[in-house]
Design a protein around this ligand. Sequence first.
Ligand SMILES: CC(C)(COP(=O)(O)OP(=O)(O)OC[C@H]1O[C@@H](n2cnc3c(N)ncnc32)[C@H](O)[C@@H]1OP(=O)(O)O)[C@@H](O)C(=O)NCCC(=O)NCCS
Length: 177
Amino acid sequence: MDDIVVGPLDLAARVDDALAVQALAFGLTADEIGVRRHIVLRHLTSPGARALGATTPGGRLVGFVYGMPNDRGHWWSGVVEPYLRATGTDGWLDNAFVITELHVHPDFQKRRIGRNLITALTSSANEPRSILSAIDTESPARALYRTLGYRDLARPVHFPSAPSPYVVMGAPLPLLG
Ligand SMILES: CC(C)(COP(=O)(O)OP(=O)(O)OC[C@H]1O[C@@H](n2cnc3c(N)ncnc32)[C@H](O)[C@@H]1OP(=O)(O)O)[C@@H](O)C(=O)NCCC(=O)NCCS
């Protein structure tokens, strides 16, 4: 982490900086950035939505995480619910804090920034568990989530218009250290 500070992020104000990080880390086209921009700003109006950022001493945003308490009425929850029901794990949708996005700029990865972001965000959650979806491959994200205690709840999960299958993972809170 060195000189990188993890702290509160006004994500609505810095949505373009955050999406620039996500575009490099995750790969987003210009069109997708526009769509994500609307989605992020809408998510931030959800009760309990919170974000943290990782910044350099000069204030450059190099990573961010955000999430919110799950609401079964939300689009994401509605898509994953039948998959979790099929594996008998849909109880995870209640009293759970959802990690919606986690991204670290490629030049700053593997410095424990991602781990610190997700651990810090969930440490102030009131819920006893956390859930998220990730692309269903053995990615750095999946490895990170496993070390934090997340396990697979359902896979493969198909989101409308997403070309890749996803996995839904869940972990008890607090996350493993
Ligand atoms: C996932 C991501 C946020 C991790 O951020 P990071 O700051 O590089 O991760 P950390 O340095 O905190 O790594 C924590 C753990 O993750 C795992 N990990 C991280 N990078 C890894 C890699 N390249 N290969 C394998 N495991 C890796 C390790 O278990 C690591 O533990 P360690 O520090 O004890 O070795 C980052 O790789 C990223 O932005 N990826 C692209 C976007 C993405 O996939 N986001 C998640 C969408 S679901």
